[in-house]
Design a protein around this ligand. Structure first.
Ligand code: NAD
Ligand code: ZN
Length: 249
């Protein structure tokens, strides 16, 4: 089987850090935010995923989340999610090898595929948080009963436990993400427009600390010029069956 540059980079690395965005789940049928398929009714995702939109019209925002939960509920992890599980196994077996997966996705497909060392930067669409008392719980029901949902303890509005535009990232996850990024000798960025901060700064942190950077995305991004290798392709097509093609170092 032919060995490409990607496999050669992977065979030489010790500490692999991967950052994924919504593009990795596109081939599972989940719309990205900035693609045309991300539109719901006439609304753009960037307008709905904000604290302001929720304050103005919680029912509208919840209807959009209910629509997304339905799509995600039907979706399955694809060959790219699977390839990252295999890479984790491969790196964990190497002497001194390390693997971490940082995701901006809220869909839970990395967990379902079986990734172990996963840092969720933007929360979880299957988790609800009370805007009054702060109580959180998992909720996988599709469809949700009555929108918008309310807290059974204090009757305040519940919101999805995800990070909206303009909100800060969970502190502990961010600290761990910055740490593993800075110590990665290879950083792989898959399916992110690299426009949403601060997640988009993690690949730069890796580069500043001497790590090599690979990007997999069908479209160019602000990171492409910095990448040591920019692969223009879809995640599942590029990564499918990858681990069997990595030569021994
Ligand atoms: P984005 O919508 O801004 O960018 C998606 C990127 O994926 C684009 O650069 C696009 O060219 C690329 N892409 C499209 N199809 C691809 C494919 N098959 N393979 C590889 N790349 C592909 O998404 P983002 O950068 O993740 O940032 C937006 C925010 O959207 C994130 O914070 C995330 O929380 C949220 N989001 C998550 C999901 C999800 O959980 N699946 C879905 C939509 C949005
Ligand atoms: Zn409450």
């Amino acid at each position: 089987m032919e060995t490409t540059d990607l496999e050669a980079f992977l065979s030489r690395a010790k500490a692999l850090c991967v950052l994924t965005g919504s593009g990795i789940s596109q081939e599972s049928g989940i719309p990205t935010f900035r693609g045309n398929d991300g539109l719901w009714k006439q609304y753009r995702a960037e307008v709905l995923a904000t604290p302001g939109a929720f304050a103005r019209d919680p029912k509208l925002v919840w209807e959009w989340y209910a629509w997304r939960r339905e799509i995600i509920h039907r979706a399955q992890p694809n060959a790219a999610h699977q390839a990252l599980v295999e890479l984790e196994a491969e790196f964990s077996a190497r002497p001194g090898g390390r693997f971490a997966l940082l995701t901006q996705n809220v869909d839970g497909l990395h967990e379902r595929a079986g990734t172990g060392n996963l840092i969720r930067l933007h929360g979880d669409i299957w988790r609800l948080r009370c805007t009054g008392c702060g109580a959180e719980r998992q909720d996988y029901s599709v469809p949700l009963d009555r929108l918008p949902p309310h807290c059974s303890f204090c009757f305040s509005l519940l919101r999805p436990a995800v990070v909206w535009f303009g909100e800060s990232l969970p502190q502990e996850e961010w600290a761990r993400a910055a740490d593993v990024s800075a110590s990665a000798d290879l950083f792989l960025v898959i399916g992110t427009s690299a426009l949403v901060q601060p997640a988009a700064s993690l690949p730069l942190l890796a580069k500043q600390n001497g790590g090599l950077l690979i990007e997999i995305n069908p479209a160019p991004t602000p990171l492409s010029g910095l990448a040591d290798l920019a692969i223009r392709g879809k995640a599942a097509e590029v990564l499918g069956g990858l681990s069997s093609r990595i030569p021994d170092a």
